[in-house]
Design a protein around this ligand. Structure first.
Ligand SMILES: [Zn+2]
Length: 576
């Protein structure tokens, strides 16, 4: 009798397990349906969040935060390759990507060169549309969030187009023109040109503009801290939380900076009023910065903040339905490893007590005058009170363990010391070319199972929402081209005739001593040895560089059938 009871119990629990599996399977099958669509998409990018960054943060969370694993671990679906397209000018194969090229791939589905923000890898580059711009075109709400400057490469690839990621003034202007509904991040300095307009004190715009005022006039609520952000009302928000990047978690004082989770929740509450749905991209931007510096504890803290935001995204999707969540990294940063020097262990307790980012500690180390100063600073921020003579010397030297100078100077040496003590390894201060994880929930994630190229990531998001990125690209390409150019000593922009002749349909003939150009019933002859040509009484500067003729926009305009002007800020030709 007793035995039968047991069998019955086993049978009952087997049934319970089966029905639970049934529910999960139904949910999975439902999401996997080929025609299944989402209305909303939340994309989360951990900049520099390679596999070791995840492992290290999980180990830390298990040890110190009483977690079984990270939230993101539950939603692993596949991997992304990360490589860029080749960059002939810098003589790089593209094997190791930067954030701009990788971002262009996972935002638009196009490979490009390192440094490019959603433009193609051509002498006359073309703009390519992102999933977020396609959402805008479809009437959906749009939002960008980052702990880096909001004009940094990862947010930029979703809503702007420039040849160089360094052109952050243009990126801010393009956000305004594109009417992105929610923008939250650092980087106030690229929105203002005068220090008196800068809440955080720094102004970096090289023109005279105050874009914050322009955003206000366009109906945006402006927020500069947590309190202001959490009480915004209306349909549009510009949250600028710092002059440059938002401070590392370890350096945040008081409670003035909203967490990424709070920023995401704010964005959702603003955008979900749109009946067509929304697309949000959220970036944990400083995981990468900590990786560059080799700052172990900051990586962990930035990762944990990102994981909390990921948890909030999937919680929303699971509760509301109609929402796909996909997450990945643009690349790994630093060549992080767990275990080193043949030690089969890692000592998290070495860096767990650290109370500031190495960026902050490094500023004090840079000012240290003596070995005693170094010991005091290290003790204050890490609790380490037994620095060896060799370690003190290393930090004083600004070198890495191999004796070569660190590009991070004493901060780099300090981190090298911390890594050695923790049995954590780094291969350098740059990016690496390894694959990264893909995580997610809902129809977009279902398409990303197994191994993907990072271009697939953009396409999966667009397909799950029924968005047409090609249409956006076509519209953009009808309005803009991004040629390479020269600048003369008198600051005149000159453009390559050969490359632009294909774009604008005119003829160029190169003869022994001259170029003859013909188009739109205009003939121009330029002798090889002249610096100016005169046309209709006006003199124009021209230049020959490496056998290529460069002429000003006025002449390109006269040769083309379209009306062309040069947009100096965004460094592009505008076609009217
Ligand atoms: Zn980076």
């Amino acid at each position: 009798m007793k035995k039968r009871n047991n069998i019955l119990l086993v049978a009952v629990s087997f049934l319970i397990v089966l029905s639970a599996v049934g529910v999960v399977m139904y949910k999975g099958n439902d999401a996997a349906g080929a025609n299944e669509k989402s209305e909303n998409l939340i994309v989360l990018i951990g900049d520099g969040m390679g596999p070791p960054q995840i492992t290290l943060s999980r180990l830390y969370a298990q040890e110190y935060n009483d977690l079984d694993q990270l939230k993101i671990d539950d939603y692993l679906v596949g991997t992304n390759s990360t490589h860029a397209d080749n960059s002939p000018e810098s003589n790089e194969s593209g094997l190791v990507t930067d954030s701009a090229a990788s971002g262009t791939a996972f935002a638009t589905g196009n490979k490009t060169y390192n440094g490019a923000v959603s433009v193609t890898n051509e002498e006359v580059a073309k703009p390519v549309g992102s999933v977020l711009e396609a959402a805008k075109a479809a009437g959906k709400g749009t939002g960008l969030i980052s702990t880096a400057r909001i004009t940094h490469a990862t947010p930029a690839v979703y809503a702007s187009h420039v040849r160089s990621r360094d052109n952050e003034d243009a990126i801010a202007q393009q956000y305004l023109d594109a009417e992105i509904d929610v923008l939250i991040g650092g980087g106030e300095r690229h929105f203002v040109s005068s220090e008196k307009d800068a809440i955080f004190g720094e102004a970096a715009r090289e023109d005279e503009l105050n874009l914050v005022e322009d955003f206000k006039e366009n109906g945006y609520a402006i927020a500069h801290n947590k309190e202001e952000l959490l009480q915004v009302e209306g349909d549009r928000v510009l949250g600028l939380l710092a002059d440059t990047h938002v401070p590392y978690n370890l350096d945040r004082e008081g409670d003035t900076i909203p967490s990424l989770k709070e920023q995401l929740e704010t964005a959702i509450s603003v955008l979900e009023k749109n009946e067509e749905g929304f697309v949000i991209m959220l970036e944990g931007g400083r995981i990468d910065h900590a990786g560059h510096a080799n700052d172990i504890h900051s990586i962990v803290q930035e990762m944990l903040e990102f994981d909390e935001a990921f948890a909030a995204a999937v919680e929303y999707a699971e509760k509301e339905g109609d929402t796909s969540v996909i997450a990945t990294a643009d690349h790994e940063t630093g060549g992080l490893t767990i275990g080193r020097d043949n030690i089969y262990d890692a000592y998290l307790d070495v860096f767990e007590p650290v109370t500031a980012s190495s960026e902050k500690i490094g500023l004090e180390l840079a000012d240290a005058k003596s070995e005693a100063d170094i010991k005091d600073i290290v003790k204050e921020y890490t609790g380490i009170d037994d620095l060896s003579e060799d370690e003190v010397e290393l930090i004083m030297s600004g070198n890495l363990l191999d004796g070569e100078p660190s590009s991070y100077e004493r901060e780099g040496s300090f981190n090298a010391m911390m890594a050695k003590r923790s049995a954590i390894g780094w291969t350098g201060h740059g990016h690496t070319g390894v694959d990264v994880g893909v995580y997610g929930y809902g129809p977009a994630a279902e398409q990303l199972q197994g191994f993907n190229d990072n271009t697939d990531f953009a396409k999966a998001g667009a397909q799950a929402l029924g968005l047409d990125m090609d249409k956006v690209s076509k519209t953009l390409q009808e309005s803009y081209v991004y040629p390479k150019y020269l600048m003369t000593e008198s600051d005149t922009y000159l453009f390559p005739v050969d490359a632009l002749s294909e774009t604008f349909n005119f003829e160029v003939e190169k003869e022994q001593n001259s170029f003859t150009i013909n188009g739109n019933n205009v003939d121009i002859t330029v002798k090889n040895d002249v610096e100016k040509v005169e046309i209709d009484g006006t003199a124009y500067e021209v230049q020959i560089d490496q056998d290529q003729l460069y002429i000003p926009i006025e002449l390109i305009d006269s040769l083309a059938k379209e009306n062309l002007t040069w947009d100096e800020l965004s460094e592009r030709i505008v076609i009217e």
